[in-house]
Design a binder for this molecule. Structure first.
Ligand code: F6P
Length: 373
């Protein structure tokens, strides 16, 4: 009998989602004779049974479109805001899955989605996932789709900022996305020839950054480009976070754990404006006019790059083949030049960070880039 599969996109959107939906949907329907049902707005659509039949017309003409035709959300199955109340919707999700007589569910998402997908696997659902995120930080895959497009956007922005920085002899600080992993800042910084690159994985000393900029000035280079991942922090801030995490993990009661969790949340909320503070500090320390550009969601919008379209199509069509083999509980991952199946249990909850000795950090140092350490 023809298989019936469900698809959802979850977490922050990124370019290439529609290419993946199209690749998966077309291969599933036209090559393997499956029926394909889309769930709207991530796990919320699965919990509240909001669906759309992914027929030929729906899957046509979307390859180059940004965003996702299915909509997305950051809802988690076990903690969903229903009428203002945090509710465990796992049972409702399991019921929807069975109501539609699904053979399998494909969840296209980032790190959080992999964890949520594993929760559903543990509840007995047949789930396969695809890795997307502009952060490129999902463990056990060399690449996630969305990253290449964001890298192109961030690099073009840095290129454009170079000419205005040079004209005015200013320092320009550019904030790119990446809360906990700095892949986008690292690669865009290298591609754009940044003078300073700051990553969440490498706490910085603002004095060292200012020193590097002063040395540039002394050598006659009167402008500097500082690329900062949004989650970067100073050495002192990194110590504060470390202490808060320790307090949370070693809390001896529910109450103290909740209190330290709240403190950690407040820290992260307040950290949002840190590139403004960094910009002011650099201006003060160097005496040079300094400006800040925050690229924000520009990096996630618009048409996917050719590389992301190709990769997402490959992942989607291969996923249909995996479903046809009735292999479940895995994510399709790029390892070297091949797509491999990685058990969700092995990767969920793990993040791929930039190691401080990564070859691109070495390359950056060799061309004179400062990492603030
Ligand atoms: O996870 C991808 C990402 O783009 C991060 O780089 C960024 O910190 C976050 O999403 C922003 O999320 P939101 O769109 O929910 O504000």
């Amino acid at each position: 009998m023809a298989q019936h599969i469900g698809i959802l996109t979850s977490g922050g959107d990124c370019p290439g989602l529609n290419a993946a939906i199209r690749g998966l949907g077309k291969a599933a329907r036209e090559h393997y004779g499956m029926r394909v049902l889309g769930f709207l707005n991530g796990f919320r659509g699965l919990a509240q049974d909001q669906t759309v039949e992914l027929d030929g017309a729906m899957l046509s003409g979307i390859l180059t479109d940004g965003g996702t035709i299915l909509g997305t959300s950051r809802d988690k199955p076990h903690r969903m805001n229903i009428g203002g109340k945090e509710t465990d919707m796992t049972e409702a999700i399991v019921a929807t899955y069975h109501r539609h007589h699904l053979d399998a569910l494909v969840c296209i998402g980032g790190g959080g989605t992999q964890k949520n997908a594993l929760r559903l696997v543990e509840r007995g659902l047949n789930v396969v996932t695809l890795p997307k995120t502009i952060d490129n930080d999902i463990s056990m895959t060399d690449r996630t789709f969305g990253f290449d497009t964001a890298l192109g956007i961030a690099t073009e922005a840095i290129d454009r900022l170079h000419s205005t920085a040079t004209s005015h002899e200013r320092i320009i600080v550019v904030e790119v996305m990446g809360h906990r992993a700095g892949w986008l800042a690292l690669e865009a910084g290298i591609a754009g020839g940044a003078d300073v690159i700051l990553l969440p994985e490498m706490p910085y000393d603002v004095e060292k950054i200012a020193d590097a900029i002063r040395r540039r000035t002394q050598s006659g280079k009167r402008f500097s480009i500082v690329v900062v991942a949004e989650g970067s922090m100073s050495v002192d801030e990194a110590h504060d976070v470390e202490a808060l995490v320790k307090a949370r993990d070693q809390a001896d009661s529910k109450k103290t754990r909740a209190e330290s969790k709240e403190k950690l949340r407040t820290f992260h909320d307040e950290h949002v404006g840190h590139t403004i503070r960094l910009t002011r500090n650099l201006e003060k320390l160097t005496g040079q006019e300094t400006r800040l550009t925050i690229l924000g969601h520009l990096q996630r919008g618009g048409t996917p790059s050719a590389a992301d379209r190709v990769f997402a199509t490959w992942l989607g069509t291969e996923c249909a083949a995996v479903l046809n083999e009735r292999i479940y509980g895995v994510m399709l991952a790029l390892q070297g030049t091949e797509l491999k199946l990685v058990p969700l249990a092995d990767l969920a909850g793990r993040m791929r960070h930039v190691p401080p000795d990564h070859p691109l950090i070495v390359a950056g140092r060799r061309v004179g880039t400062t990492f603030g350490d």
